[in-house]
Design a binder for this molecule. Structure first.
Ligand SMILES: Nc1ncnc2c1ncn2[C@@H]1O[C@H](COP(=O)(O)OP(=O)(O)OP(=O)(O)O)[C@@H](O)[C@H]1O
Length: 462
């Protein structure tokens, strides 16, 4: 199978994986690529050991989807092997006046495939696109009237990341002297914690810090922070240092009239745990909701995809796809990719029957999707407690036991990490591990409990 086909397959499986198990896997999947399929083994590659470890935890789930996608080609993958380069991070540290300074090759975080040119705006461009162009114009021409912060929010797969990244790429294309950085809120949080761990600060007092973390972010002309809803998981958790650093970085850039772009899956008013002062600052900028593309834009997106990838697909097939997939551009492109790959693998022409077959297959996988939240909800309902209670810190048996069961069923069904489960219940990795062990022990000694759990397991799949 050639590289292009392999890449297409990987991108379809990744899309379905995210669709079934959540977009939190996006960072991991972005750092993986498919190398080859040989002797029924699929070889994936990553440079990052953390990604390799994270993938091991969800390998079986990924394998199941991969085999489903390859079903019609009669290839059955038996195992996935990760290959990895030794060098994980290109970061060096130098000792300067007894302070550690991080020397990092500056990575803009931008991907070249996301441009304003390949963002299909449609005949009647939406507001988010119009403002994006204004933002680019302001930075490129050093205009003073910055639109900061510019916040784009909206449902998954509508092109928020694409547009945010495209702003960065357009600025650098015209003004390579500008300092631009794209990162996710999770990256910001991790880098901050890593900087503390590596002694990048003078002491543990979060107000007295030095080093490149601050410098790096505060010298930017344009910062694009994606998925800021992530902050609700880390803000308001004791020390508040991440929140403080975020506010200070944001505020410094804001006061210096530098351009800030935030991307979120929801309106900032609905992001929990965010201090009022941050919300107020955000409110001083421009907030735009990304819209679902209309039919003619969906057709234009599909045509653009064909053009860029040099594929010929007849108008009827494109119209059929655009009629049946109307809620996400990611899903729209994924369906088209699926149709193209199926036609190539089967050596069949693209007709409505093939499109229907692919749509049906995608629906079955998506229909069977079970998420951690759906499991929590069903378990809470079964034990007649609320979702808030099951996630709360309460320890009475009537709440504790359902919580442990929910953790166990999430682990066994979704195979996500203990940390990821911990985040759902606001618990640490060890607590989750102990809870699951407890259920396993109980299952070994109690036949009735086994039956109860089997019944629950059936329920959560309905
Ligand atoms: N208007 C568009 N024109 C061309 N491609 C688009 C458009 N909108 C989205 N896409 C493509 O759809 C895919 C999903 O877009 P993107 O990741 O930007 O969505 P998102 O809104 O950020 O989703 P999420 O919230 O799940 O991260 C990408 O491949 C992107 O290039």
């Amino acid at each position: 199978m050639n590289k292009e086909k392999l890449a297409n397959i990987f991108s379809i499986v990744s899309m379905m994986f995210k669709s079934s198990y959540g977009n939190s896997y996006e960072t991991m999947l972005n750092q993986l690529s498919i190398e080859e399929i040989k002797n029924n083994i699929c070889y994936l590659h990553t440079k990052n050991v953390v990604v390799a470890n994270e993938f091991e935890e969800v390998k079986e789930k990924f394998l199941a989807i991969l085999n489903n996608v390859l079903l019609i080609s009669d290839i059955k993958i038996e195992d996935i092997v990760i290959t990895r380069e030794e060098k994980d991070y290109e970061i060096r540290y130098i000792d300067n006046n007894n302070e550690y300074i991080e020397e990092e090759s500056f990575d803009t975080g931008l991907k070249e495939e996301f441009t304003m040119e390949n963002f299909v705006a449609g005949k009647d461009p939406e507001f988010a696109y119009i403002v994006a162009n204004q933002v680019i114009d302001i930075i490129v021409n050093d205009k003073k009237n910055v639109i900061t912060p510019y916040l784009i929010y909206g449902a998954s797969g509508l092109g928020k990341t694409h547009l945010g990244q495209a702003i960065g790429n357009a600025v650098l294309a015209k003004r390579p002297d500008k300092k631009v950085k794209y990162l996710t809120a999770e990256d910001f949080n991790n880098e901050f914690l890593e900087a503390i761990r590596r002694g990048n600060f003078k002491d543990s007092d979060s107000r007295d810090r030095s080093g490149s973390f601050r410098q790096k972010y505060r010298q930017l002309d344009l910062i694009i922070i994606d998925d800021i809803q992530f902050f609700e998981r880390v803000f308001n958790r004791g020390t508040g240092s991440v929140e403080e650093e975020f506010f200070n970085t944001f505020n410094t850039l804001y006061l210096e009239k530098k351009q800030i772009v935030f991307i979120s899956d929801r309106n900032p008013a609905d992001i929990k745990n965010m201090q009022e002062r941050i919300k107020t600052r955000i409110g001083e900028g421009v907030i735009v909701e990304m819209q679902r593309p209309d039919f003619s834009t969906r057709i234009a997106i599909l045509k653009k995809y064909c053009e860029e990838n040099n594929k010929k697909v007849n108008d009827r097939a494109l119209e059929y796809i655009a009629t049946h997939v109307d809620d996400s551009v990611r899903e729209l492109q994924g369906t088209l990719k699926g149709v193209i790959v199926s036609s190539e693998l089967l050596d069949k022409p693209i007709d409505i029957d093939l499109v229907k077959e692919v749509l049906e297959r995608r629906k079955t996988i998506i229909k069977s999707k079970m998420t951690a939240e759906s499991i929590v909800k069903k378990i809470a309902k079964n034990y007649e407690i609320s979702v808030e209670e099951i996630k709360s810190q309460k320890r009475q048996k009537t709440i504790l036991m359902p919580r442990q069961i929910a953790m166990y069923l999430i682990k066994t069904n979704l195979m996500i990490t203990y940390d990821a489960i911990g985040k759902i219940f606001d618990r640490d990795h060890t607590t989750v591990m102990n809870a699951i062990k407890k259920i396993e022990t109980q299952l070994e000694i109690d036949r009735d409990f086994v039956k109860e759990l089997e019944e629950l397991n059936r329920n959560i799949k309905d």
